[in-house]
Each structure stands twice: as C-alpha cells, then as structure tokens.
Design a binder for this molecule. Structure first.
Ligand code: AMP
Ligand code: TRP
Length: 333
C-alpha cells in the first residue's frame, strides 16, 4: 500500500493553453516525484471560473490540461489525476474554511490584487476573493505533506498553512500542515518581452510566452525576439533579467548548472545563446506536444483516467470532510 508514503498535492487551472512556465515551474517537477510520493494532481476547474470563462473553452482546456499531464510523463497508474468539480468535498470543505479565513488575509493576496485589477467594470466576484480558501481545501483534504508549485503560489500556500494551524488549534489536530515544495531553478519563468514580470498565459502580447501548443518555428521566433540587454555577456546577474531567465530555462531543461552554462558561453554573443535555448526548448516540447495531440484524439482513455482519479480522490477526501464536519458540530445525516 501507499500508506507510508508522503502525500503530494498540486493543481493547475484550465484557463487557456499551458505555458513553458507552468511546465518548468510545476509539471516537470511533478513527474520526478511520482515514485517516491503518493501524488494527487488536480485540474482546478472551479478555480478557473473565478474569472469569466466560455463553457466550451473550459471543457476543452480541462481535457487539454489532463492530456498535458499524461504527455509530460505522469503515469495514471501511479498518481491520482482528477478534475476538481468531480469531488464535491472540495467546495464543502472550502465553505468551512471560508468561515475560518479572515477578510484581511484574503485582501492581502497579491494574485487577488493583480487579477481584480484586470476585471472589467470592477466586476470582481466573491469567488475570486475567496479563491485561496478553496485552494486550502484542495490541499488539506488529502492530508498533504508537500505542495510542488511555482514561486507565485508561495503566498497562497502560507495562507493554507495558517488556516490549517488555526483549525487544528480551535478544534484539535485534524489537518497535516503542508509545506511548499518550490525548486531553486525554474520556479519563476519570466515574460520573454518583459523579463521583470512572470510568464503568464493571460498576457496580451503572444511573443511574451511560450505555449505548450506552440510549433517549433513559433518557439524559435519567440526566443529570437526575447528581450535581453546591451551588455552582450552571458552571465548570471539581477541587472540582466532577460539573460538570467534564459539561463534558468536552459538549466532547468538540461540539468546543466548555470555556472557551467556561463563558462560555455564565455565570449559568445546572445544570438548563439538564444538559438541554443530555443533548440533545447523545441526538443523538450516537441514529443510532449505530439503525445498530447494523440491523447486528445482518444477521449475514452482520458475519460477513464479522470473517472478512476475522481473515485480515488473522493474516498480520501470524504474521510477528511467527515472528520471536519463532526469537529465543527454538524450532526451526521
Ligand atoms: P496556473 O496557471 O496559475 O494555474 O499555475 C499552475 C502552476 O504553474 C502553479 O504551480 C504556478 O506556480 C506555476 N507557474 C505559473 N506560471 C509560472 C511561471 N511563469 N514560472 C514558474 N511557474 C509558474
Ligand atoms: N492557485 C493555483 C495557481 O493559480 C492553482 C491551485 C488551486 C493549486 N488549488 C491548488 C495549486 C492546490 C496547488 C495546490 O497556480
């Protein structure tokens, strides 16, 4: 049995095609953990609707994220892959945790501040505001030890920990308090046009991100146009955020240390460096894209995966939810 293994939980929103940032910051790390840990990887469709979504896009993106998970090497026989809305315990615990999360805490979340600025006519939903307590529910339902995410999720995770501790203190030990699992390299892949902000699929300029669905030539073109600086020296410096980002991408994919890379490109110009980074990304993403496209042709197989995943997740989640309901004083049915 998997009982003695530590538990990992993570999730991605199906809110458009995934980026190289999602892949290097999250999914690629997940594949390395699947043997050692008991892993739950979720597609958080309920989080996705905190900002307006076209139903048909949401359906398409949800299956695409699942196909990307499998194409990237997550083995459905080893890990639990499921869709958040299939396990109703998430919103049920989410409500209880909402009642234990403070307005001030939610208002301090930088993702909320960023996303609410982008909403037209100031149409900021309550769902967007309480998004982090649903995320805490996702994590705490599985008695999660580690949460592998990119750097941008650190603040949400801190809040999940605070909520877990608060619940445990008020009602007695109930939840494992989760730890973030954020890798040193690749945890924040930056925007190729503005390397001081993170690569995000919601950016309006499509040269600023690499999508997992981009073809080889688009990837090459985007790296060629990537913003660097006028120094012309490949080295690791905060004054050269563009070069630093490209070094991080290169190192994360090949496993070569940044120091080695700096040596390798000594005396060479940015053009050659950028071309090499592009080739490395092209070669990493091509097999993934091909496998993903094949999987998307086989909807029955994908359905089988998410059915099985939901069943496994549900069993574990229900157990935690029952405990929580009892502790807060709800009468069992
Ligand atoms: P999201 O697309 O916001 O649902 O993010 C899914 C996962 O990808 C989370 O673990 C994020 O931390 C990670 N992620 C998103 N963008 C980046 C980025 N630019 N660099 C590294 N990780 C990222
Ligand atoms: N908030 C995460 C993001 O935007 C997605 C997410 C939802 C998540 N629930 C989670 C990540 C639980 C890790 C664990 O990237």
């Amino acid at each position: 049995m998997e009982d003695n293994k530590k538990v990992i939980f993570s999730g991605i929103q199906p809110s458009g095609s995934l980026t190289l940032g999602n892949y290097l910051g999250a999914i690629k790390n997940w594949t390395n953990l699947q043997d050692e840990y008991n892993c739950y990887y979720c597609i958080v469709d309920m989080h996705a609707i905190t900002v307006p979504k076209e139903p048909k896009d949401l359906r398409k993106n949800t299956l695409e994220v699942l196909a990307n998970y499998v194409a990237a090497g997550l083995d459905p026989d080893k890990v639990t892959l499921f869709i958040q809305s299939h396990v109703s315990a998430h919103v049920e615990l989410g409500w209880v945790l909402n009642c234990m999360t403070y307005y001030g805490e939610l208002g301090r979340m930088t993702q909320f501040k960023d996303k609410s600025k982008k909403q037209e006519n100031n149409n900021i939903t309550a769902g967007l505001f309480t998004y982090p307590s649903l995320m805490a529910a996702d994590i705490l339902l599985y008695q999660t030890d580690l949460v592998p995410v990119g750097e941008d999720q650190r603040q949400h995770l801190e809040l999940s920990r605070d909520i877990a501790i608060r619940f445990n203190n008020r009602y007695s030990e109930t939840f494992v308090v989760p730890e973030p699992y954020i890798s040193k390299v690749g945890a924040k892949i930056m925007n190729l046009q503005d390397p001081t902000s993170k690569m995000s699929k919601s950016d309006t300029n499509d040269n600023s991100y690499i999508l997992l669905s981009d073809d080889d030539d688009s990837i090459r073109r985007k790296f060629k146009r990537a913003v660097t600086d006028s120094l012309g020296i490949v080295k690791l410096s905060d004054d050269q955020p563009g070069v630093k980002n490209l070094l991080g991408i290169y190192s994360k994919i090949t496993g070569e240390s940044v120091d080695n890379l700096v040596q390798k490109y000594e005396g060479k110009g940015y053009a050659e460096f950028k071309e090499d980074v592009a080739e490395i990304v092209v070669n990493e993403l091509r097999p993934l894209r091909e496998k993903r496209d094949d999987l998307l042709k086989n909807k029955d197989y994908l359905e089988e995966i998410y059915h099985k995943g939901a069943e496994k997740a549900e069993n574990v989640a229900r157990k935690t939810l029952r405990k929580v309901y009892k502790k807060v004083g709800f009468i069992p049915r």
